[in-house]
Ligand binder design. Structure first.
Ligand SMILES: Cc1cc2nc3c(=O)[nH]c(=O)nc-3n(C[C@H](O)[C@H](O)[C@H](O)COP(=O)(O)OP(=O)(O)OC[C@H]3O[C@@H](n4cnc5c(N)ncnc54)[C@H](O)[C@@H]3O)c2cc1C
Length: 430
């Protein structure tokens, strides 16, 4: 007779109350655990506040795809390009950048696309399962997602990415000329071609969504602690407590979901991860005169334009400049120029601006899973451009791992020790 595994109720500390940490805390709570969620500022204080709000199931192509090496130098010099670098940061960036650029090839891009496809393909349903019965559900909407180009020729320049998407099963409809105008007249002829993908979704206020999920977690008996995690207490390798300036929190297991700030904490547990901040920006156009019908990627500026409650959010830009430098003016000016060029006659009451840090592993794949040197600790960070999309499923995967439930996803690409293993293999063969 097969005996059911006995449920073991654990006290679990989750560090970071962004979309990934809050999702993880909720799924662990639903499994019956006693969960304490720790954030130094509160829910959605980091990158999860200001993202583009797109549940981008099709977001499987990394920025470091083939062609980046040839295009990047020119892009850095062009005023209208969405790639920025603070040159003083280059020496610090170089070790990561070298590994990042080395992956701008077909083999690695397809590896990333396959891994992300498994994480993202059902993202709307994953959000539905997470948010159902919580106050957060009101911010979740099903939608199309469009990539909008000046013309077919501009679309064809990105043929590689679309071919990989097609190979991974992503389907779309092409809208050209009058068909695009009929779908959404907002462009008044400035854009002539779009790829329309059904089955996507949008969060109409990402910050409030995460806050509402967190409020639900607290109502259901979860504990939210505002404290800065500084270190860990260990017992035979495992973490027995999390130390903050406010004191020590006992735990039987720990999940590190601190976004880009996870790196130094992981290091304390013997895990070194090649992860950088990829800075991004948004402008919110408050009470705009027109609203797009669906969220879209404006391909010329590589930023998303998302209809949100009472505003349009334009969010994107890739800037390398580290965690400490202040926001730059160039990216904001670029977003403003491009949105006015694409939607002539658009006006709004005022605009708000924001800069945030995407947690960017050099291989563009999140770290999801246990830490070898601290067996009761799990990583859930490094979600780069797709953290809002993939956060809920990541939380579910971590809950499955802690419950030792089997799921049908190939988790090998997300293995948190993949870089440690690589360097070991290289040094043994070298
Ligand atoms: C401009 C822009 C647009 C984007 N658009 C999209 C999009 O449309 N769709 C999409 O899917 N993704 C998008 N992203 C990416 C997405 O926002 C991120 O991948 C995601 O928010 C990462 O979530 P997280 O929970 O891992 O990290 P975060 O949201 O950054 O949360 C980490 C939390 O950890 C806390 N923390 C850190 N260190 C400590 C510590 N020592 N002690 C206690 N607490 C700590 C922080 O306060 C923070 O609240 C975008 C990103 C940017 C910048």
């Amino acid at each position: 007779m097969v005996q059911a595994r006995q449920f073991e109720k654990l006290r679990i500390a989750v560090i970071g109350a962004g979309i990934v940490g809050v999702s993880t805390a909720l799924w662990l709570q639903r499994d019956g655990h006693d969960v304490v969620l720790i954030d130094r500022e509160g829910p959605a204080a980091g990158t999860s506040y200001g993202n583009g709000g797109v549940l981008a199931a099709c977001g499987i192509i990394p920025v470091n795809a083939p062609g980046l090496l040839t295009n990047a130098p020119g892009m850095l010099l062009r005023a209208d390009s969405p790639l920025f670098l603070r040159w003083s940061y280059l020496p610090k960036l170089l070790p990561w950048l070298t590994r990042y650029l080395a992956r701008a090839n077909d083999h690695d891009t397809r590896h990333v696309a396959k891994a992300l496809q498994a994480l993202l393909y059902d993202s709307y349903e994953q959000h539905l399962a997470l948010a159902r019965g919580t106050g957060a559900a009101r911010w979740l909407k099903p939608s199309d997602y469009l990539y909008v180009y000046k013309d077919r020729h501009a679309f064809q320049k990105e043929a590689y990415g679309w071919a990989v998407r097609r190979d991974m099963g992503v389907a779309w409809q092409e809208l050209e000329g009058a068909a695009l105008q009929d779908y959404d007249p907002i462009f008044s002829g400035t854009r002539n071609f779009a790829v329309r993908m059904a089955g996507h979704g949008t969060i109409t206020d990402p910050g409030k969504y995460v806050e509402a999920l967190c409020a639900h977690f607290c109502r259901e008996g979860g504990e939210l602690l505002i404290a800065n995690v500084q270190d860990f207490e260990r017992s035979e390798g495992s973490v027995s407590g999390v130390t903050t300036e406010a004191g020590r929190i006992d735990c039987d297991a720990m999940v590190l979901a601190g976004g880009v700030w996870s790196k130094p904490l992981a290091q304390k547990l013997g895990l070194s991860v090649p992860m950088e901040s990829e800075r991004g920006y948004h402008i919110d156009l408050i009470n705009p005169s027109v609203m797009p019908r669906a969220p879209m990627m404006l391909a010329s500026g590589k930023f998303v334009v998302t209809p949100m409650e009472g505003r349009i959010r334009c969010a994107g830009i890739v800037e390398f400049g580290g965690l400490n430098a202040r926001a730059s003016r160039g990216p904001i000016a670029l977003l403003q120029r491009q949105i006015h060029e694409a939607i002539p006659g658009l006006h709004y009451e005022r605009f708000e601006q924001w800069m945030g840090h995407r947690p960017a592993p050099c291989d563009s794949i999140p770290f999801i899973g246990p830490i070898a040197k601290a067996p009761n600790c799990y990583c859930a960070f490094g979600h780069h451009h797709i953290g809002l999309t993939g956060g809920p499923k990541t939380g579910r995967l971590i809950a499955d791992m802690i419950a030792r439930r089997v799921n049908n996803i190939d988790l090998a690409p997300f293995d948190v020790s993949r870089f440690t293993r690589q360097s070991l293999t290289q040094s043994r063969s070298g």
